[in-house]
Design a protein around this ligand. Structure first.
Ligand code: ASP
Length: 470
């Protein structure tokens, strides 16, 4: 499809950006203003807090509790109704209120079903947990129309095709691109702004799926890639990507520009600003992604692009993951390191557990890796199963768990080939008397990870931030 003269920008708005009538009005004004100079496609999250409420209601309903979901029903109906009352013209209300009522009805039917069968399947949970996006997109499109901007709410189940891993589905890119271009073509021709539900997609046979919590960022870049947008703007409630978590380092500040790889590392290692898979769809087409603040729209934000123009060598940002555990596997006798690692990673792979860092000390056949606290139970059970015989027979393997560990990660594409970064980081920690439990750096040299005690994490991040004068 031919691109229009104007640049195409996909704008994704997060839950706090559309958390109230006032915030939604504000978003509509931003879209209106930018639509004078650019063609806009909008992707929207549920109103802040709504997804949590929906999930909680479904869980309670599946335990047979009828009270909780009924109060959530009232609250959800009230919040969306209030936005409609305060922002929409009478004619728009006539269109939108029945649609909202239909979604509230869907919520009610699903929850009463869960409470009867005392179960909620992952598939049904996806349909329910993403209703907030259906409601917010319906409202935002109507607010835009009320302000004279042609817009239409579009359900991403008609656009994003995924596999059937309910709760954390993976998009099928080719199918998504084709479907999205075809479905949005006539809207774009008519100059109408699509207001697309974030978070949700559908399998090839049409069952609703979700892209994982916080997945609307990912929806934004999927739309950007499919439409070959000029830019994707992720509107959130902070001014951009920061050099460190400001709760740990009060002097942390916004980074004007970072590379795709740096952003991927940062989001994998706990930086909350982006969903970890967000960058993946835009890499091939080199589409820049901007992080911007709806509460401070004049701040330029952070640009995430194929490479960061700022060529300064060294560390760009520091991040940390606090609630982790270190697992140490030791093999003895004829249990080689290769077979120890093969068995251990096959067990982790089967459960799709992320390891945050991995180290080896080969002389002793010791494999050490960090996992999130939430994965411990599953990992321990699987490791004890795959090493059942070794654990039984004359102690040929042992599994030790060290709790209360944090992983601190220094990130920067230009750390590669710059001597002294690890040395300076270690010295900075040493001067503060912080013990490093384990260390890992890959040959890409884009990040260095250290494991420290959780109680040391704040001081460790601060010490490295100061050392590199970020
Ligand atoms: N509403 C979903 C969540 O809270 C998706 C999103 O906002 O990105 O996880």
């Amino acid at each position: 499809m031919a691109k229009s003269e104007k640049p195409l920008i996909v704008m994704k708005f997060g839950g706090t950006s559309v958390g109230s009538a006032e915030r939604m009005q504000n978003v509509a004004e931003l879209v209106k203003e930018h639509s004078r100079r650019a063609e806009i496609a909008v992707v929207v999250s549920a109103m802040g807090g709504v997804t949590d409420m929906l999930i909680r209601a479904a869980t309670e309903a599946s335990r047979g509790d009828r009270e909780q979901w009924k109060s959530v029903r009232q609250e959800i109906a009230r919040r969306h109704r209030e936005v409609a009352d305060r922002t929409l013209s009478a004619s728009e209300q006539a269109v939108v209120l029945p649609r909202l009522a239909e979604q509230v009805g869907n919520f009610e039917n699903l929850c009463s079903g869960f409470s009867l069968v005392r179960e909620v399947t992952p598939r049904a949970m996806d349909t329910l947990s993403s209703l907030g996006e259906v409601m917010s997109s319906t409202l935002l499109a109507a607010i835009l129309r009320s302000q004279g901007v042609p817009a239409e709410a579009v359900d991403a189940t008609e656009l994003i095709v995924t596999d059937d891993k309910f709760g954390n589905a993976t998009p099928l890119f080719e199918e998504t691109n084709q479907k999205m271009r075809a479905r949005l073509a006539s809207l774009r021709r008519r100059g109408e702004i699509p207001v697309i539900t974030g978070f949700r997609g559908a399998t090839l046979d049409g069952h609703c799926t979700t892209l994982g919590r916080g997945g609307s960022d990912y929806s934004g870049t999927l739309v950007g890639a499919a439409l070959d947008a000029d830019e994707v703007w992720i509107w959130t409630d902070v001014d951009g990507v920061m050099t460190a978590d400001p709760r740990l380092v009060p002097t942390a500040h916004i980074i004007p520009e970072i590379s795709y790889r740096e952003a991927i590392e940062l989001s994998f290692f706990g930086a909350k600003v982006l969903h970890p898979k967000t960058i993946q769809p835009v890499i091939k087409r080199k589409i820049p992604v901007w992080i911007k603040n709806t509460f401070n729209p004049s701040c330029p934000g952070t640009k995430i692009g194929p490479s960061a123009a700022n060529g300064k060598p060294g560390v760009k940002a520091i991040t940390s993951v606090s609630k982790t555990q270190l697992i140490t596997l030791t093999g003895r006798g004829n249990l080689t390191f290769a077979s120890l690692a093969t068995k251990a990673f096959a067990a982790l792979g089967a459960e799709e557990v992320d390891t945050l860092m991995v180290t080896q000390s080969s002389a002793d056949n010791v494999l050490c890796f960090a996992i999130r606290d939430s994965d411990l139970k599953c990992v321990k059970t699987h490791l004890e199963k795959v090493f059942e015989l070794e654990l039984l027979h004359d102690n040929r393997a042992s599994i030790e768990v060290m709790p209360h560990v944090a992983i601190v990660v220094t990130i920067g594409e230009n750390m590669k080939g710059t001597p002294g970064i690890a040395g300076r980081s270690f010295s900075a920690l040493g001067r503060k008397g912080i013990n490093i439990i384990a260390i890992a750096q890959g040959s890409s040299e884009i990040s260095i990870s250290f494991a420290v005690k959780t109680s040391d994490v704040k001081e460790a991040v601060q010490a490295i931030h100061d050392e590199f004068q970020l």
